[in-house]
Write a protein that binds this ligand. Sequence first.
Ligand SMILES: [Zn+2]
Length: 339
Amino acid sequence: MSLYMATVPFAQQVFFFRRVKLLCVNSTVKRFLSIKSVMGGLSFERQSTSILKNLDNPIEQEEIKTPEPEMEVKETVEGVPMALSGSTSSTKSNPDTNNTVVNPESLVPPPPPVDSVPFKLNKQSVLSDYLKQNRLATERINEYSPKIIESNGTGQQPHTLWIGCSDSRISEACLGVMPGEVFTHRNICNIVNSNDFSVTGAIQFAVDVIKVKKIVVCGHTDCGGVWAALSSKRIGGVLDLWLNPVRHVRAQNRKELSLIKDPKEKCATLARLNLINSVQQLKRHPSCLAALKNRDVEIYGLMYDVGTGLLSEVEIPCDDEFDDVFHVGDHDDTEGSGH
Ligand SMILES: [Zn+2]
């Protein structure tokens, strides 16, 4: 599953910078982005965002300033060039007092005009479009360096594990990396939970088998899951249960959050606190804890601003006073057993 997921964003990786460039110069797109109609996002997130923020968002007029990225190519030990080494609802109801189930179909906004976004595929695309796009993406990788695909055909040696949100606007592609560089796990709200075999399995494989050197946990602004966790409105299905860890974080930080009046800032703050919680859960994963003790791996907590495309570091508390409780090995030093 995780191996499969790692292969998904190839096209995004290849065209990321081109897309950023287009976003910088296309005023239509800027306007499009500002009204939060970016294609490809989870409809759940868009619905949640639309409903739960009680949107009054006017179209933002400010310039979107995205710096021109420069891809730094570094030769690795194997000589493979890598970018890195080592419905729009207008409801004004109070979501905190309304527990009705959201009808998703009534909230799906109409699709934007196909020509209004510079994306390679859209909702009208068919299989042949996907295959054509794949060929073009592969050609571009080979233009960059034929060694990449050739090397990937013999196995993978990613340097980094990326744990991020499923949101279409943010992935490891923001690093400008190439296929084979980053092992990836993504879920709604970038949650690390010891009961989730998907994320815990990905962590174990990445740390114990692939032996990545870095782990990035990345949250982002305007996260639909975080918006939902800030509300009392029931989503239905499994999503309310899935977001429970974020609600735990909200509960633990209720006082701090209550002091924030700006909804966007409140959302960003809970996203940051949720990110810190995910990192702390990650550090208690047996594989990760052992690797940290041996200094075999480093962990970065990063926040991605969907409005600028830029990452920023989130300070993570260094010490876990309970790490000895979670550190397991072949020894037996049961507390209080007299051994
Ligand atoms: Zn998100």
